[in-house]
Design a protein around this ligand. Structure first.
Ligand code: FMN
Length: 244
């Protein structure tokens, strides 16, 4: 049995990996981490999620399509009114799902999101005002940061937040299993906005919607992989008692 402190240290040693070696991950290992993911608890044991595995040509096609769409969004941001109208009419690149991803954070959460952005870009040596470099880094999401495998996690629409919670438990077990095997991962909300492109490649029923992606592969030596996101204290998520 693993010592409690060893387990804590193992959990703390996992970080999101944002640069990968091109080395392929054997199918058997992908299957193993998915099986480990399925050891998680689940709402009435329904497992209301699906996970599509993109490797090889499928992975490359999706990456190319996402990069094209991201380019369209970037061009929209920088274009004239005429260009903007043209883009709106074509709608190319606009989110086809999960608009929530591109919405502004609620003021309760905004400072935390701003902190991670500030810390990450300063680790990368990117100035806050340098939109071009920030865009370039964000676009790495659509190359899956060079990972040879991209998983797409879908949740069953009928169970709403309970399906998302089950998928989260599944994902965390999968991510930790990958970590135990020396693999890196990064969950990616960035890919959740173009569900139609993913459903064009995989036969997923309309009852399921895309939650997010997870890239999987062997971490490179890049300094980005040394980035350690801050952790809030437990007291920040434990509400005080009401004094009646
Ligand atoms: C559902 C989900 C979606 C995420 N989407 C992205 C993403 O699109 N791009 C990215 O670089 N990181 C993404 N992340 C990673 C978070 O930024 C990261 O987990 C957080 O900053 C904590 O850092 P750590 O994972 O290194 O501990 C996502 C994480 C989760 C759980």
């Amino acid at each position: 049995m693993m010592q409690v402190d060893q387990f804590g240290a193992f959990l703390a040693s996992r970080r999101s990996t944002r640069d990968y070696l091109p080395d392929p991950v054997p199918d058997g290992i992908i299957n193993d981490i998915i099986r480990d993911g399925l050891t998680a608890p689940s709402w009435s044991n329904t497992r209301p999620f699906m996970v599509a595995v993109a490797t090889g040509d499928v992975r490359d096609r999706l990456s190319e399509e996402f990069l094209r769409r991201w380019d369209a969004v970037k061009n929209f941001r920088g274009s004239s009114i005429r260009g903007k109208i043209g883009s709106v009419l074509r709608r190319y690149g606009f989110p086809t799902s999960n608009w929530l991803v591109v919405r502004k954070y609620h003021k309760d959460l905004l400072p935390r999101s701003q902190r991670i952005g500030k810390d990450l870009y300063s680790h990368l040596g990117i100035d806050r005002e340098d939109r071009e470099s920030r865009n370039k880094f964000w676009s790495r999401n659509y190359e899956f940061f060079g990972a040879p495998v991209e998983l797409f996690v879908f949740t069953h629409k009928s169970l709403g937040k309970f399906a998302a919670s089950d998928a989260g438990l599944f994902m965390q077990n999968l991510i930790l299993s990958a970590h135990s095997k020396g693999l890196g991962t990064c969950a990616q909300g960035a890919v959740a906005v173009w569900e139609d492109a993913v459903k064009k490649e995989f036969d997923v029923s309309k009852n399921y919607s895309l939650l997010c992606g997870i890239c999987v592969g062997y971490p490179s030596e890049s300094s980005i992989n040394g980035f350690a996101a801050n952790r809030i204290a437990p007291s920040e998520i434990i509400p005080p008692l009401r004094r009646n």
